[in-house]
Write a protein of this length. Structure first.
Length: 325
């Protein structure tokens, strides 16, 4: 064990009775053309975790709210507790007792990184209670363990921006290499979540395993253009680059009225439009807040006409990531 971890195991923080409450943000993964490699955090919605230090070693879950009974209370089967357990094992603190309250403040299965927000909130709570001064990026492998449990694949395009804040590129998974990207400060995001069921596992299974070279070249150009636009503060280039010829044509079939919503958003001044993660949430980038609100209002009206309930959120890109509340 290195010196930093050894010092951490000897800390006098995290005494029984100590508690903390953490918020972690929702995220938009893929960002249209960057399947599994791009994502960004938003200011709302998000999830909250209350974590308390107990006398009894081990992790327990005493309460989950906002999930309609869908999430397991068993700490061996919940993404938050499993990720925290891996973290504690890595720093030699399996002697620690932690009780978790999970408060779901965002919809499950929304395509907005619901499991990621919960997992990141739990890991950040444990790190803070232990006064672990290492960079939050060190928690990423443990957060990916939670994603693996949630959807069968330990991707990082939700957990990385939720944990690190901002706009994130996963350059490589083996070895893990994550880069935080700059972005225009006046870039706004309009999100609409239609209340339809698109399970993440199923949404991944319908993606093609083989693609032709022409489509690959198109996708590479768009990813490079999007990253260049972020660095150059060129919102026009960002918009032109956010086109997907690989995943969106398949996943869009699971979202009622997707192309009609895209047409309406673009007519109202959206810079770009696409699916958030595996869906069914959709999002648009805009140059100002009012346009974002106009888009969410119009799309919700359209969905209501289809007898589909929806939630809407308007936000800039959240550079802070998780925070103590």
């Amino acid at each position: 064990m290195d010196t930093q971890l050894q010092e951490l195991t000897q800390t006098e923080t995290a005494k029984p009775g100590t508690s903390i409450q953490i918020f972690a943000p929702a995220t938009v993964a893929n960002v249209v053309c960057g399947f599994d490699v791009l994502g960004f955090a938003v200011n709302a919605p998000g999830d909250e975790v209350v974590m308390r230090v107990t006398d009894k070693p081990g992790i327990s879950i005493s309460k989950i709210t906002g999930d309609n009974g869908r999430l397991p209370m068993d700490p061996a089967k919940n993404t938050v507790s499993v990720s925290v357990r891996h973290y504690l094992e890595s720093i030699g603190r399996t002697d620690l007792g932690l009780d978790i309250e999970l408060h779901k403040k965002m919809p499950i299965g929304s395509g907005l990184g619901s499991s990621s927000a919960s997992t990141v909130a739990g890991l950040f709570a444990a790190k803070t209670l232990l006064d672990d001064q290492r960079d939050v990026a060190q928690l990423l492998p443990f957060a990916m363990k939670g994603e693996e449990m949630a959807c069968g694949h330990g991707h990082a395009d939700n957990v990385a921006p939720a944990l690190m804040g901002g706009f994130v590129l996963i350059r490589s998974y083996e070895p893990l290499d994550v880069v935080r990207l700059p972005h225009p400060k006046d870039l706004w995001c309009a999100i609409v979540f239609p209340d339809v069921d698109v399970p993440t596992r199923e949404a991944r299974q319908i993606i093609r395993n083989k693609i032709n070279m022409k489509d690959a070249v198109t996708q590479w150009g768009n990813v490079a253009g999007l990253v260049s636009g972020l660095f150059m503060n060129d919102i026009g280039l960002i918009g032109r680059s956010m086109k997907d010829v690989l995943v969106e044509p398949v996943r869009s079939m699971l979202i009622p009225g997707f192309y009609q919503m895209r047409e309406q958003a673009m007519e109202l001044g959206a810079v770009s439009f696409g699916i958030s993660g595996s869906g069914p949430s959709v999002f648009a980038f805009t140059r100002d807040e009012q346009t974002a609100h106009n888009i969410t209002h119009k799309l919700q009206q359209y969905l209501t006409g289809m007898k589909i309930n929806s939630n809407a959120y308007v936000s800039t890109i959240n550079d802070a990531g998780p925070r103590v509340i």
